[in-house]
Design a binder for this molecule. Sequence first.
Ligand SMILES: [Zn+2]
Length: 284
Amino acid sequence: MKMSISSGHITFGYRNIDVPFLRLPEITGRYNYSCGLYSNGHRERTNIIGMSEILMFDFDDGYPFDKCADYLNEVGITAYLTTSRNHQKIKGTGEKAKPACDRYRVMLPFDAPINLPFGVYQDFYRYVRELLGFEELSDQQTPDNTRFFFPNPDQKTKFILTGQALSFSFLEENFRAWQALEQAKEKAEHEKKQKQRDKKGQSRTEKGLLENEVSRHTTIHTKRGTYSLCDFEYLQGDDTVPCRCINPAHDDKNPSAFVGRSRKSGALMVRCSGCGFLAFMGAE
Ligand SMILES: [Zn+2]
């Protein structure tokens, strides 16, 4: 199994390794590890040269370890389970503290590296999560290619060995069909909403924008420079870029806002945590 590990820093000093599946406990107990492989040890998107054969799911909300192991056994999927550092510990402090419960990772080996580009990888992750029925049970966030995990020296581990690894080529083909379906669903939903809006008689401005929309060419100030809103179309999934608020009524000295995508519609949006401003990118 290819993966990258670092014994100290969480961002630098990663080594790409090839470890036999059954020896994963030696990694997950000792090193920071990531499913991304990096060209110069720097765990960063632009340095990715490939991905691991492993897809990893994080269980953080109390779905029992043993139940999960039994389920994987039943469906016949080879897997490695390892508890994470907050397993059976109270997580956080004060009002936000989460009670002690089973917290662990499930690592599923595929028969080939999951070499999908940034963004597509996240979609594939969501697809497998849905396929396995893990949507409600595992971490709701969709990890990107560069995600890393801390080791747990006190880990409890378990192997499910069914003799069957998931086939990447088979699942990828099905994934492409799923993706097309998801996009069609999204489009239909968008059109439906558009019609509802039109029915309500919500007027478009001269520029053809709806009330909650701003122009594609709206100026966005980030720490790195000045852009047009449409320059951020590359953003995928939960990716965001901090920017100054674009609400004319909010004189924003800090970047209190961000550009990101709506989880519901996937539309590009600007949201401000300072003043609550929210606007979507229009077609014009
Ligand atoms: Zn604002």
